[in-house]
Ligand binder design. Structure first.
Ligand SMILES: Nc1nc2c(c(=O)[nH]1)N[C@H]1C(S)=C(S)[C@@H](COP(=O)(O)O)O[C@H]1N2
Ligand SMILES: [Mo]
Length: 227
């Protein structure tokens, strides 16, 4: 037995009690889902400096939307053999998650580089049994906004439907619960607050800004005005 002087015994007991309390505390906090506790944005990815969620300019057609997640459904409709309707939790539980570093460029001249995370739109289309004739995907949003993209573009580029940006759940004003990461396309193709993905054969469909004269192809390599 190691003999410990009386005055130090108290200190030792105190340390043991404190260590125990700390262990219990850490065990408790670790048992919660760490992903849901994340509130700090990732600032760098693979050595590249990221932009911030705060770098976006708010110019949505009806301002920021507050989606009530209890009532929310993500639907896949139209030319599909198995139309889908999911709650937010269903989507996150069912589909594999992917990450991608992509820059959003708005026609107004600003841009933000973000680490996006979410599911592949392609996986939703496959699950829904997209009919071969469905060459166009029309996206609908909570604020009435719409836009469309060719099915081939969605399939060929592993286009993401993001639920997180820079490691943080997309905030309400940025498109919670889902924003489309329409890489290589102008910002108006990056639809926020997505509620419905409609499979169509209408290649001439025009969304909100497309109807106003913005290019339907929306390619970053070309001017955004058709006229
Ligand atoms: N539902 C919806 N999505 C939208 C818009 C909108 O008004 N409503 N604006 C688009 C435009 S023009 C741009 S540039 C991007 C920019 O995202 P931000 O509004 O978060 O900056 O969102 C796009 N997605
Ligand atoms: Mo934009």
């Amino acid at each position: 037995m190691i003999s410990i002087p009386g005055n130090k015994r108290g200190t030792l007991a105190g340390i043991v009690v404190m260590a125990l309390v700390l262990c219990i505390f850490t065990a408790c906090t670790n048992s919660a889902k760490s992903s849901e506790l994340e509130t700090v944005q990732v600032k760098e990815y693979n050595g590249e400096k990221l932009g911030s969620i705060n770098d976006f300019h708010e110019n949505s057609i009806k301002g920021p939307q507050q989606v009530n997640i209890k009532d929310y459904r993500l639907k896949v409709t139209g030319m599909a053999s198995q139309p889908l309707s999911y709650t937010y939790d269903d989507v996150l539980a069912k589909y594999k998650s992917y990450r991608k570093l992509v820059t959003l460029d708005c026609v107004e001249g600003w841009s933000v580089k973000i680490l996006w995370e979410g599911l592949l739109v392609k996986d939703l289309l496959t699950e829904a049994g997209m009919l071969p004739a469905a060459n166009t995907i029309i996206f609908h949003a909570y604020d009435g906004y719409t836009t469309s993209l060719p099915s081939q573009y969605i399939l060929d580029n592993n286009i993401l439907l993001a639920c997180k940006m820079n490691g943080v759940t997309i905030p309400p004003e940025r498109g919670y619960p889902f924003q489309l990461v329409a890489e290589q396309k102008w910002g108006y193709k990056w639809i926020k607050w997505v509620t419905e993905i409609e499979l169509s054969d209408d290649v001439n469909y025009k969304g909100y800004w497309e109807q106003a004269g913005y290019s339907n192809e929306g390619s970053l390599e070309k001017p955004f005005f058709d006229r």
